[in-house]
Design a binder for this molecule. Structure first.
Ligand SMILES: Nc1nc2c(ncn2[C@@H]2O[C@H](COP(=O)(O)OP(=O)(O)OP(=O)(O)O)[C@@H](O)[C@H]2O)c(=O)[nH]1
Length: 398
């Protein structure tokens, strides 16, 4: 036995040593994983966050209301500021490249016909057809043809440069440079120094690009020096809130959201605006679900969201997001939203994916609301403030 003592001692040391190693290693793992398991919410309350919450496991019980369908909205902590968004000036110039890639653009075809030596009835018909195919709409197309006919009668068709100048002037008039396209994002600062945030509600049919637009617009506002809070009131599609949170986190902006599927979107919207007020934030952007079940349902949902928001702060903009590639079909759906939501501006997305730039004109005419922003791609900074001259130059130079 005594002979074997050193062997036993050596074995005991080895076993204890390896146990010790495992213990330290686990402790380190726990330490490393702690930030994922527990962080502070905007309210300073300790909540568990991270991948687990996104997966929506039993953790929900810790952060959701114990009973009832409506979950209290949660604020999602953000990662350190990572991106520096591009300035917005000059972004519309990209339209030219994007249109050039979309094949047989409107401007090129119009110029080709107008540059012919003697314009006969067939040529005018061809011009009108080109405008209709580009979704300009029957009324505006007829108006433009009439104006061009008058110009040609008075001045004649001369060199390419004057044809282009004539077409440019008439297209700019059609798109209407006098419409007020200001995006109202300025908060109201009161005498006592408190602030009422500007509140922008973003509505539209699903898949048109609402969440992406809110994300891109957040970047624009951050680049301009505003503080922003996002509200994920699209509680219909769980991934929409995750998507929005990611957009915000990339520029250090926080998102108010619920972790319960189908939670009341109005509750999320209300909490977002209240959070923004309490924190003295400049702008609130509220993303909504695009369910167009029926007009009454939509009216109920958007009506309720609007009512609860306005208890905290007036709505400064209701932006209708419209997919430029859906043409007349999209317009019909947009009309329903415009009727129920009191739309103040249009965001025309996916303009990069269509040669039919004429939809800008049709949309403004049909809805009586100006296009304020255009989406020119899927990139984070592919959102441009819209102006008539820049847009027409894009069409004609493509
Ligand atoms: N090419 C292009 N794609 C865009 C543009 N804007 C959005 N998209 C894409 O359109 C798709 C739908 O965008 P979302 O932002 O999820 O649309 P949504 O309206 O929020 O959809 P729901 O949440 O289902 O209502 C995504 O793949 C976006 O990348 C744009 O201007 N150009």
């Amino acid at each position: 036995m005594n002979d074997q003592l050193p062997v036993w001692i050596t074995l005991a040391v080895l076993v204890l040593g390896s146990l010790g190693f495992v213990g330290v290693s686990s402790a380190n793992r726990r330490k490393r994983s702690k930030p994922h398991d527990e962080t502070r919410s905007l309210d300073g309350a300790s909540t568990r966050t991270g991948d687990v919450l996104v997966d929506g496991d039993a953790l929900g019980e810790a952060v959701l209301a114990p009973s009832g369908d409506v979950a209290p909205p949660q604020t999602q902590p953000t990662e350190p500021q990572a991106d520096v968004p591009e300035p917005t000036a000059g972004r519309l110039v990209r339209l030219r490249d994007r249109l050039a890639r979309s094949g047989s653009p409107l401007g090129t075809r119009l110029l080709a016909v107008l540059s012919r030596d003697h314009l006969g009835e067939d040529d005018w018909d061809e011009l009108e057809e080109t405008l209709l195919l580009a979704d300009v709409g029957a009324g505006p197309a007829a108006e433009l043809i009439e104006a061009l006919r008058t110009q040609v009668r008075v001045h004649g068709v001369k060199d390419a440069a004057s044809v282009r100048a004539m077409l440019r002037a008439e297209l700019v008039a059609l798109v209407d440079p006098d419409l007020d396209r200001t995006l109202h994002t300025t908060p109201t600062v009161h005498e006592d120094g408190t602030k009422t945030p500007a509140v922008l509600l973003v509505v539209g049919v699903n898949g048109t690009g609402k969440t992406t637009t809110v994300g891109k617009l957040t970047r624009v506002l951050v680049a301009e020096g505003s503080t922003v809070v996002l509200g994920a009131a699209d509680t219909f599609r769980a991934a929409a809130a995750d998507q929005l949170t990611t957009w915000g986190a990339r520029v250090g902006v926080e998102t108010v959201r619920s972790f319960k599927d189908g939670a009341d979107p109005a509750a999320v919207a209300f909490d977002t605006v209240r959070t923004a007020r309490e924190r003295g934030v400049d702008v609130v952007l509220v993303d909504t679900a695009g369910r167009l079940q029926n007009k009454a349902g939509l009216m109920d949902e958007l009506g309720k969201i609007t009512r609860v928001i306005t208890k905290e702060a007036p709505l400064t903009e209701v932006l209708l997001v419209l997919d430029a590639t859906t043409g007349q079909n999209g317009l019909n759906q947009a009309r329903v939203f415009a009727e129920v939501a009191g739309v103040t501006g249009i965001v025309l997305t996916k303009l990069d994916g269509t040669a039919k730039g004429g939809i800008v004109v049709a949309v403004q005419r049909e809805l009586g609301v100006p296009v304020k922003l255009v989406g020119l791609g899927e990139g984070p900074d592919d959102l441009a403030p819209f102006d008539a001259e820049g847009f027409v130059d894009g069409l004609l130079q493509a």
